[in-house]
Write a protein that binds this ligand. Structure first.
Ligand SMILES: [Zn+2]
Length: 461
């Protein structure tokens, strides 16, 4: 128990609203305080770690009864962290609201701590932020144009560094695109005798229905059909069936009129134009190359603009499965082949090396691609940014043409890329904070106010 003696001051000025003032003990009491400073800071720490709902729940376990609002208010009242002026700043974007909105996160690369969060990813916001910190010497960023622009405007004195990870990521995407264009050249990898790989297909449909089991719509219709017929068989009238199942008069009648649920599907699927139509030639192509894996094919057509459902792809392939199978084995996936091209040749297994060799012999463009990428990798690991102009020159003059876009993109950002290949800085630490912010957002069910998110991102690390 602490016994305190404090002074109370009286104000004689009658105009003043407050008449008395009580002395506070810093770090122990505060005006209108309902809890000790220690409890306050405990609750604020709980709020930082867990935020809205989970915070009060943990507090209750610890024997503290507190509301969600109070916890959030305590977090909100925490002072802004005083951050020393950074020298090397990493900048990246983070997504909010399920990727429909982006913000900017700034990290001190040297201390590995987040410095600030900006509510958008505009060049102007970044520029304004940097302009207030003239001590910034290096800005690490990805190759997004708004960050390049913002850094140039806000910190003209700073060296911009294109992050190596992002660079390599751009290269891998280009590799996958090129390999996709040369899909047919991969047929050298396909021995003629093997069976196509298939996904684990559930036991064949007993009804030979065109709609596979597991399809949401088909299963629901089957269940309804069965329920309607069971009730009718038990002697209920259609009207009573309608009430019991909560169905419309029309749908009860439709179910009652047909003997098999499959009859309800006709017309629903057969001749209607489908969002899949545009992609059927591609699927057929891949099918005859031996790829029968629904998920893989689905993953391949989604980036090509397919907007329909996975089930539609599955139903289409199910149809094909009942027709005679292709005898060729599947070639390795595009990503696998791209991986061989991108990886360090010493890290490839013997069989991978042989397969890559076969592809390179068959296709001069993929051969050229492999050589370009390996020389880029050598620059990257050897820190030899000064060789970049030569590399760009070779790429832009020669094969494969698919790399020309990549090369001109890099050329527009040449200085930053050279710095990225040469200087030790990179924004790997920024990536870590981006995923941490994502975790914080998820914990708050994506409804976090920006201020609260910022507080938690900066203080709870
Ligand atoms: Zn080719």
């Amino acid at each position: 128990m602490l016994q305190l003696r404090v002074r109370r001051f009286r104000c004689r000025n009658t105009v003043s609203l407050r008449r008395t003032f009580v002395e506070q003990i810093p770090g122990l009491t505060r005006r209108y305080g309902q809890r000790t400073e220690r409890l306050r800071s405990t609750l604020a720490a709980v709020g930082l770690a867990l935020a809205g709902r989970a915070g009060p729940r943990l507090a209750a376990v610890l024997g503290i009864s507190v509301s969600r609002g109070t916890v959030l208010r305590l977090v909100d009242a925490l002072p802004e962290p005083g951050v020393p002026a950074p020298r090397v700043v990493g900048v990246d974007e983070y997504a909010t609201r399920k990727g429909r909105h982006y913000g900017t996160v700034l990290v001190d690369v040297e201390t590995r701590r987040p410095i600030d969060l900006l509510p958008d990813r505009e060049a102007s916001s970044l520029a304004a932020w940097l302009a207030q910190r003239p001590g910034v010497e290096v800005v690490c960023r990805d190759r997004a144009p708004f960050f390049a622009e913002g850094a140039t405007a806000g910190a003209p004195q700073a060296v911009q560094v294109a992050d190596r990870w992002h660079l390599w990521h751009n290269l891998s995407e280009a590799a996958e695109r090129s390999v996709a264009q040369h899909r047919r050249c991969l047929s050298v990898l396909t021995p003629a005798s093997r069976q196509p790989e298939t996904e684990a297909v559930p036991a064949a449909d007993p009804s030979a229905s065109p709609w596979p089991r597991g399809h949401r719509f088909a299963d629901r219709t089957r269940a309804r059909h069965a329920a309607v017929h069971a009730l009718l068989k038990a002697g209920h009238r259609q009207r009573s069936v309608r009430c019991q199942l909560g169905m419309t008069w029309r749908s009860v009648k439709q179910c009652a009129d047909v003997a098999m649920p499959e009859e309800l599907f006709t017309g629903q699927w057969q001749n209607r134009p489908s969002v899949l139509d545009d992609h059927k030639p591609y699927l057929d192509d891949r099918w005859y190359e031996g790829c029968a894996n629904t998920r893989k094919l689905w993953e391949e057509i989604v980036p090509l603009g397919y907007k329909g459902s996975y089930q539609q792809v599955r139903a289409y392939l199910h149809d094909k499965r009942t027709s005679p199978r292709p005898v060729t084995a599947p070639p390795p996936s595009l990503r696998t082949v791209a991986g061989w091209i991108l990886r360090n040749p010493d890290a490839l297994t013997e069989s991978e090396q042989l397969q890559l060799k076969a592809v390179r012999t068959r296709c001069p463009e993929l051969d050229a691609l492999t050589r370009r990428f390996r020389s880029f990798a050598a620059m990257l690991t050897g820190g030899q940014g000064e060789r970049l102009p030569d590399w760009l020159g070779t790429v832009r003059q020669g094969d494969p043409p698919s790399l020309h876009t990549l090369a001109s993109g890099i050329d527009r950002d040449r200085d930053a890329v050279i710095a990225g290949l040469t200087m030790p800085w990179n924004s790997g630490v920024v990536e870590g904070h981006v995923s941490r912010i994502k975790m914080l957002e998820r914990q708050m069910f994506g409804r976090a106010g920006f201020a609260l998110l910022g507080k938690r991102a900066l203080l709870a690390s």
